[in-house]
Design a protein around this ligand. Structure first.
Ligand code: NAP
Length: 326
C-alpha cells in the first residue's frame, strides 16, 4: 500500500507519498481499500501540530474516508469483506488502504457514492448536533451561518432548511454567496464588504438572528453577537480564521442570550446512542434527497499538496475530495 506519511508535523510540504506494508487488521479493526477521502479543516491543523489531537509519529493524515472492506479482524461481526463503508477515525485516510476501527465504520447502501460518503460524517454530524441538539433550532426561526460556503457551513445551510428555518448565509465573496443561495439560503451577506451589523439588521428586519452558527471566529464574533435576537443562541463551532475571540459578558446578559459550545467528536464519544440516532436520521435525509454534500471538486490522491493549498487559501467551496483511481 501507499500513503501520505507525516514524520515531522511542521506543515504540508514534508508529507511524503510512502510505500508501507499492507497491515493485517487486529481485533475490532478492518482493512479498507480507500476509494475517496475528504479534506476537513482539522486535517490542515494536524500536520502542523496545531490540532487538539496530536497522534504519535509517524502518522498518516486523513480524518474521513470511504472504501471497501478487504479484511476483518477478530470479533468484527457487523462488517464483511466486500462491504462499502464510510469512516471517520481522525487519521489514516490519505492512502490507498486504511486500518479502521470497525465500530466507527458506517455501512453504505449502493446508492451512497464513495465521494459523497467521504464528505459526509464530519460536516453533517457537526452541524446537526450544533443546530438541532445544542441550539434547539425550530421551524420558523432565523439562523445566520458564517463561513457558510465551507464544509460545515454548507451542511448547516441544508440542515437548517431541512427543519424549516430561515437561513442567512454569510461568506467572503459574491461567488461563495451565490453557492449558498443555490443550497437554499434565503438571504446572503458578503462580509468582505460594507457594515456587517447593518447587513444583519436589514436581513432580519431589525430583529437579529435567533441562532448564529460560527465556524470562523476572529473579528466577526463580537459584532455578530451584538446583533443576535433576544434569547438568541450563539454556536461556537470553530476558529477557521485563526484568532479565538473574546466577548464582554454583559452582552449575553443584555440579550438574554446563550453562548453554546459545540464539540461533536466528544459528543459522539460520551453519548454514542444519541450520536447513532442522529447519524441514522442524517443517512435517511440523504436517502430522501434533503441533504447532499457540496463537492468543490475531486482530485487524485497524489495531489494532496495542491488540495491542502486550496483549503489553506480559502478557495474550497463545500468539500474537496481526494480519490484513488482504478
Ligand atoms: N466543533 C466541532 O465539533 C467541529 C467539527 C468540525 C469542524 N470544526 C471546525 O469548523 C471550522 C470549519 O471547518 P470546515 O471543515 O468547514 O473548514 P472549511 O471548509 O475550510 O470552511 C471554513 C470557512 O472559514 C472561512 N475562513 C475565514 N477565515 C479563514 C482563514 N483564514 N482560513 C481558512 N478559512 C477561513 C472560509 O469562508 P469565507 O472565505 O467565506 O470566510 C471557509 O470557507 C474549523 O475551525 C474546524 O476545526 C469544528
Amino acid at each position: 500500500m501507499h500513503a501520505w506519511l507525516c514524520t515531522t508535523p511542521t506543515g504540508v510540504d514534508l508529507l511524503q507519498w510512502t510505500q508501507l506494508p499492507t497491515p493485517t487488521p487486529g481485533p475490532g479493526q478492518v482493512l479498507l481499500e480507500v476509494k475517496a477521502a475528504s479534506l476537513n479543516f482539522p486535517d490542515l491543523l494536524i500536520v502542523q501540530n496545531k490540532y487538539q489531537m496530536k497522534p504519535p509519529l509517524p502518522f498518516v493524515p486523513g480524518s474521513e474516508y470511504a472504501g471497501v472492506v478487504q479484511a476483518v479482524g477478530e470479533g468484527v461481526t457487523h462488517l464483511a469483506v466486500g462491504q462499502r463503508v464510510a469512516c471517520l477515525s481522525g487519521t489514516g485516510g490519505f492512502g490507498t488502504h486504511a486500518l479502521a476501527p470497525a465500530a466507527l465504520c458506517m455501512p453504505l447502501p449502493d446508492s451512497f457514492s464513495f465521494v459523497d460518503a467521504a464528505a459526509f460524517i464530519m460536516t453533517y454530524a457537526t452541524s446537526h448536533h450544533a443546530l438541532i441538539d445544542r441550539a434547539q433550532l425550530r421551524a420558523g426561526e432565523t439562523v445566520l451561518v458564517l463561513g457558510a460556503a465551507g464544509g460545515v457551513g454548507t451542511a448547516a445551510i441544508q440542515i437548517a432548511k431541512a427543519v424549516g428555518a430561515r437561513v442567512i448565509a454569510a461568506a467572503s465573496t459574491d461567488e461563495k454567496c451565490a453557492l449558498c443561495q443555490a443550497q437554499g439560503a434565503d438571504a446572503t451577506i458578503n462580509y468582505s464588504q460594507g457594515n456587517l451589523r447593518e447587513a444583519i439588521k436589514t436581513a432580519t428586519d431589525g430583529k437579529g438572528p435567533d441562532v448564529v452558527y460560527d465556524p470562523v471566529g476572529g473579528e466577526f464574533a463580537e459584532p455578530v453577537f451584538r446583533s443576535i435576537a433576544w434569547r438568541g443562541r450563539y454556536l461556537i463551532v470553530g476558529f477557521a480564521s485563526g484568532p479565538i475571540p473574546s466577548l464582554p459578558l454583559n452582552l449575553p446578559l443584555l440579550k438574554g442570550a446563550s453562548l453554546v459550545g459545540v464539540f461533536w467528536g466528544e459528543f459522539s464519544r460520551r453519548e454514542p446512542q444519541a450520536n447513532a440516532a442522529m447519524m441514522q436520521e442524517l443517512a435517511q435525509w440523504y436517502g430522501q434527497g434533503k441533504i447532499k454534500p457540496v463537492i468543490d471538486r475531486t482530485m487524485p490522491m497524489a495531489e494532496l499538496h495542491a488540495a491542502y493549498a486550496r483549503m489553506g487559501s480559502r478557495q474550497v467551496q463545500g468539500k474537496l475530495v481526494l480519490v484513488n483511481e482504478g
